[in-house]
Design a protein. Structure first.
Length: 254
C-alpha cells in the first residue's frame, strides 16, 4: 500500500526547502536568462538575426525557459540526495515506513511543482521582451512537464548512485550543459550543415524544445508518432530510475 502521507511530507519539505532558497533556485536562473536576452537582443538589433520566421529573441526565449527548467530539474534532486547522504538524513528516509520507490515518486512530484514554478516565473518576466499572437497553455505545460520528469529522473538517478559532488558536476558539465546548448536552444536545425543534422533529428530533447517553442507562436498540428516516441523516451527514463531505487543499488555506502 502506498504511503501517501509520507510522500506528501517529503514533497512539502522539498517545496519548503526550494522556497527558502529562492535567491539560488529562482532569482539566479532568472537573472541569467535576463542577461542572455539583453545581450542577444543587442546583437540582434545590429545584425538582424532571425530564425524560422521569428526574430532571434522570439526564437531564443522559449529555449531559455526550457533550458533553465531542465538544469534546475537535474540539479535540485541530485544535490538534495547527495547532501542528505553526506549529513546522514537519507538514512532517516530509509528507516521510515516507506519504500525507496515512494521516495523517488515524492522527489518527482515535488520537482514537477518546482520546475513549473520556475518556468512560469521566467515566462512572465521574459514575456515583456516578446509578443506573440498564439499561445497554447496545454502544450506549454505538457512539454515542460515532460522535460521536468526526464531531467529530474536523471538527477534522482545520479544523486541516488553518487556520494561525491564531483560526480554531479561531471554529469552536469559533460552531459546536461552540452545537451541543453546543442539541442536547438540557440539555433535552428536549418542552420546546420546537412551532414550533422542527424544529431538533432535523432535527439528526443530537440523535439521537446521544438514543440515547446511552437506552443508560443505556431498553431501546429500534433505529430502523434513523434509525440508517442517522446513520451515513451521520458517514461522509460522514469521507469529505469524507479527500478534502480527499487533495487537499492549502493544506497548506503559501507
Amino acid at each position: 500500500m502506498i504511503n501517501f502521507f509520507a510522500i506528501f511530507t517529503i514533497v512539502k519539505f522539498r517545496i519548503r526547502e526550494f522556497t527558502s532558497e529562492y535567491h539560488y533556485s529562482i532569482l539566479a536562473p532568472l537573472s541569467s536568462n535576463i542577461l542572455f536576452v539583453i545581450i542577444f537582443s543587442t546583437i540582434d538589433r545590429y545584425y538582424s538575426l532571425s530564425s524560422e520566421g521569428l526574430s532571434f529573441i522570439q526564437f531564443l526565449i522559449p529555449g531559455l525557459i526550457i533550458m533553465v527548467v531542465a538544469q534546475e530539474s537535474f540539479d535540485n534532486p541530485s544535490i538534495s540526495l547527495v547532501n542528505s547522504k553526506q549529513i546522514g538524513s537519507f538514512d532517516d528516509f530509509l528507516m521510515a515506513p516507506l519504500s525507496r520507490v515512494e521516495i523517488f515518486i515524492a522527489y518527482i512530484i515535488s520537482q514537477i511543482f518546482i520546475g513549473l514554478t520556475i518556468g512560469i516565473i521566467n515566462f512572465i518576466i521574459l514575456s515583456f521582451f516578446i509578443s506573440y499572437n498564439f499561445f497554447s497553455f496545454i502544450s506549454f505545460f505538457y512539454y515542460l512537464t515532460l522535460v521536468i520528469i526526464f531531467f529530474s529522473s536523471l538527477g534522482s538517478l545520479i544523486g541516488f548512485l553518487a556520494y561525491r559532488w564531483d560526480t554531479i558536476s561531471t554529469v552536469s558539465n559533460f552531459f546536461i550543459s552540452p545537451i541543453n546548448f546543442l539541442s536547438g536552444t540557440f539555433f535552428s536545425i536549418s542552420a546546420l550543415p546537412e551532414e550533422v543534422k542527424y544529431i538533432l533529428l535523432y535527439n528526443p530533447y530537440y523535439y521537446l524544445i521544438t514543440y515547446f517553442r511552437n506552443s508560443f507562436y505556431i498553431d501546429a498540428k500534433v505529430n502523434y508518432y513523434v509525440n508517442t516516441l517522446i513520451f515513451i523516451f521520458v517514461f522509460s527514463s522514469f521507469l529505469i530510475t524507479a527500478y534502480v531505487f527499487y533495487r537499492g543499488y549502493k544506497v548506503i555506502k559501507k
